[in-house]
Ligand binder design. Structure first.
Ligand code: HEC
Length: 116
């Protein structure tokens, strides 16, 4: 015996299915690969291509939490975090650039140096 399913029930199930798919998608669809150009042209001069500059003058970004990096860049951009060097670079970045750059550096290895 087949169970009759009303069209309304089927619609509700498909809506629930779509919602479930959206829920499992990552919160930000950041594209780490898209950041590579900016990293090569701008950021690597100080932070290194993998975010692990050997110089103590520049914070290491490799392996840092993605949300921390994105917040730092947004704060430089808004002026909530003040640094004359980073303010200039962050000012040129879009929200999407920031997400991509944060994803890129977060995906790099974290390298620990104990002394310079
Ligand atoms: C001319 C050198 C220079 C360049 C180029 C540069 N930065 Fe920075 N960056 C710094 C310095 C210096 C700091 C530390 C500033 C501070 O004390 O807040 C910093 C801090 C940061 C921080 C915060 C790190 C932390 O641990 O809080 C992030 C994130 C960051 N930079 C990302 C980038 C990105 C992405 C780019 C490329 C768009 C970039 N930087 C380009 C010098 C640079």
């Amino acid at each position: 015996m087949s169970t009759p399913t009303s069209p309304l029930v089927r619609i509700l199930f498909s809506i629930a299915g779509c919602a479930a798919m959206l829920a499992v998608a990552p919160a930000s669809a950041a594209d780490a690969a898209a950041a590579k150009k900016t990293v090569t042209e701008v950021c690597q001069a100080c932070h290194g291509a993998d975010g692990n500059s050997p110089s103590g003058d520049f914070p290491r970004l490799g392996g840092q939490h993605e949300d921390y990096l994105a917040k730092a860049l947004r704060d430089y951009k808004s002026g909530a975090r003040k640094n004359p060097i980073m303010a200039g670079f962050a000012a040129t970045l879009t929200n999407k650039d920031i997400d991509n750059l944060a994803a890129y550096y977060a995906s790099q290895p974290a390298v620990v140096h104990d002394k310079f």
